[in-house]
Design a protein around this ligand. Structure first.
Ligand code: UDX
Length: 427
C-alpha cells in the first residue's frame, strides 16, 4: 500500500517506521522543514529506545521517505493516516485545529478513492465535521476510519510491532478488509468496531488506567494510616483474575501526554452532557492534589525541608523517555524550593532546567553527584540506572532519608545501609 502518515510527532514517526517495516511504501509528512530534515538523517528530537535504528534501516531499505510536500505525497496515497497532536484547551475540551488543518490540506489533493484514517485521539462525533470539511473541497470519494493508537512512550517501537490489539473503527466492508490486511502481519487480535466506539474505547482505556492509578494511590494512603502494607494488599486483591496484579505502582500520580489530557476531555464531555460531578473530574482533582499532599506528609516525616539538600532522581514522566510533560519532577521540585530546600536533579535523559529557573535548583550528571551532600534522596522515576544503583555508595549519616516514591526498593535493604526509608503505603 502507498501510505502517507501526516504528523511526524511521536505517534507519527513510530507508525511510519512500523508500516514501512511491514513492506509498505510509507511517506512521513510534516510541515516542519527542520523536523523532516532531521528525520531524513534518522534523527528524532526525543529519546525513544530503538526508534532511530528502525528509521535508519527502513530508510536504507527504501520503503520509508519523509517530505514537507502534500502535493507530492497525497495524490498517489491509498491510505492517509492522520497523527497530529490533539491538545486540550483550558476547559479540557479537545483542540482539533491541527486535525482540521490536515484534512483541509489533504482534501483538494486526493485523486482516487482514499482511506483517511485518524490515529490522533479525537472524541466520537469528530468525523461528521471532518467529513463536511473534506466534501467542501473535493468530489472524489473518501472513507474516514479510526485507528486509535495504544503505544506507550519508552516502549513505543516494541508496542507497535507487537500490539496487544489493533482497533479498526469503520463501517465500510472494503475499508475494513484493507485495514485488516494491513495489520494482520502484526499477529494481534483485530477488533473491528464503529469509528465512534473505537474513539470512545481509546478514551475509556486511558481513563480507566488513570482511575486505577488514582485508586491504588488512595489505597496506599489508607495503608499508611492503618498499618497495612501496599505490596501485600496488591498481592491479596491482584490474585483475583478480574483485577490482576499488573499496573499497580502507587506513586506521585499519573503524568505524561495522554492520561491527564484524556481524563480532562471526558470530564469536559460529561459536563456538556449535564454531569458536573463526574468521576473523571474527581480523578483529575485527586491526581492534581497528589504531590502537594504527599509532600506535606514527607515534610513531617523528615522534619521539614528548609535548608535541606535534596536529591531528585528521575525528571522525566516515566522511565526510558526524555518527555517531561506532566512529569512529577515539575510539580515536586518547585514545591521543595518553596519549602526552602536546595535541590539537585538527575535524570539519564531528561532535563527540566528550562522550566525551573531558580538558583537553588541545579542539574548534575550522575546519581553520585546528586546525592553527594543530600539530606533527603527522592527516587522518583524507576529508570533502571536508578533502581539498580548501589545507594550504599552515597550513604553518609544516619539522619539521611530515602524516599522511594515508586516503591521500587526493598525497605529492608535501604534501612540496612543506614537510611531512614519512606515508601508509599509502607512502613
Ligand atoms: C499511556 C497508555 O498506557 C497508552 O496505551 C496510550 O497510548 C498513551 O498513554 P504513556 O503515557 O506512554 O501511555 O505511559 P504509561 O506507562 O501508561 O504511564 C502513564 C502514567 O501513569 C505515568 O505517569 C506513570 O508513571 C503512571 N503510572 C503507571 C503509575 O503511576 N502507576 C502505574 O501502575 C502505572
Amino acid at each position: 500500500m502507498n501510505i502517507t502518515v501526516v504528523g511526524t510527532g511521536f505517534v507519527g514517526v513510530v507508525s511510519s517506521a512500523v508500516y514501512a517495516s511491514l513492506g509498505h511504501k510509507v511517506t512521513g509528512l510534516d510541515i516542519s522543514e527542520e523536523r523532516i530534515k532531521a528525520l531524513k538523517n534518522s534523527k528524532v528530537p526525543f529519546f525513544e529506545p530503538g526508534l532511530e535504528e528502525l528509521l535508519e534501516s527502513e530508510q536504507n531499505k527504501g520503503g520509508l521517505t519523509f517530505t514537507t510536500s502534500y502535493t507530492d505525497a497525497i495524490p498517489h496515497s491509498d491510505l492517509i493516516i492522520i497523527a497530529v497532536g490533539t491538545p486540550s484547551s483550558e476547559s479540557g475540551e479537545v483542540d482539533l485545529r491541527f486535525v482540521h488543518s490536515v484534512v483541509d490540506s489533504v482534501a483538494p489533493l486526493i485523486k482516487k478513492d482514499t482511506i483517511i484514517a485518524v490515529k490522533s485521539t479525537v472524541p466520537p462525533g469528530t468525523f461528521s465535521e471532518l467529513s463536511k470539511r473534506i466534501k467542501s473541497k473535493t468530489d472524489v470519494s473518501f472513507y474516514l476510519a479510526s485507528l486509535p493508537e495504544f503505544l506507550k512512550e519508552g516502549s513505543a517501537v516494541e508496542d507497535s510491532l507487537h500490539p496487544d490489539r489493533v482497533v479498526i473503527g469503520s463501517s465500510d466492508d472494503s475499508v475494513i478488509e484493507q485495514l485488516k490486511k494491513l495489520h494482520e502481519p502484526l499477529g494481534a487480535p483485530l477488533i473491528v468496531v464503529s469509528a465512534e466506539s473505537a474513539q470512545m474505547g481509546k478514551y475509556a482505556a486511558n481513563s480507566y488506567l488513570a482511575i486505577r492509578i488514582t485508586f491504588i494511590n488512595e489505597i496506599a494512603n489508607l495503608c499508611e494510616a492503618n498499618g497495612s502494607d501496599i505490596d501485600q494488599v496488591i498481592d491479596v486483591f491482584g490474585h483475583d483474575a478480574r483485577i490482576g496484579k499488573h499496573y499497580w505502582y502507587p506513586g506521585f500520580g499519573y503524568g505524561g501526554s495522554c492520561f491527564p489530557k484524556d481524563v480532562k476531555e471526558l470530564s469536559h464531555v460529561s459536563k456538556q452532557n449535564g454531569d458536573d460531578s463526574s468521576l473523571f473530574s474527581y480523578i483529575t482533582q485527586r491526581n492534581t492534589e497528589r504531590i502537594p499532599k504527599l509532600l506535606e506528609e514527607f515534610e513531617k516525616k523528615v522534619g521539614g525541608f528548609d535548608n535541606k539538600k535534596v536529591a531528585v532522581l528521575g525528571l522525566s514522566f516515566k522511565p526510558n523517555t526524555d518527555d517531561t510533560r506532566e512529569a512529577p519532577s515539575l510539580h515536586l521540585i518547585p514545591l521543595l524550593l518553596e519549602k526552602g530546600a536546595e535541590v539537585q536533579g538527575y535524570d539519564p535523559k531528561a532535563s527540566v532546567t528550562e522550566f525551573i529557573e531558580d538558583t537553588s535548583y541545579s542539574e548534575v550528571s550522575s546519581i553520585e553527584e546528586a546525592c553527594e551532600e543530600a539530606d533527603v534522596i527522592f527516587a522518583v522515576i524507576e529508570w533502571n540506572e536508578i533502581t539498580s544503583f548501589d545507594f550504599s555508595k552515597v550513604f553518609k549519616k544516619s539522619s539521611q532519608y530515602f524516599i522511594d516514591a515508586r516503591n521500587q526498593f526493598s525497605s529492608e535493604s535501604i534501612k540496612k545501609i543506614g537510611f531512614n526509608y519512606i515508601g508509599i503505603g509502607k512502613h
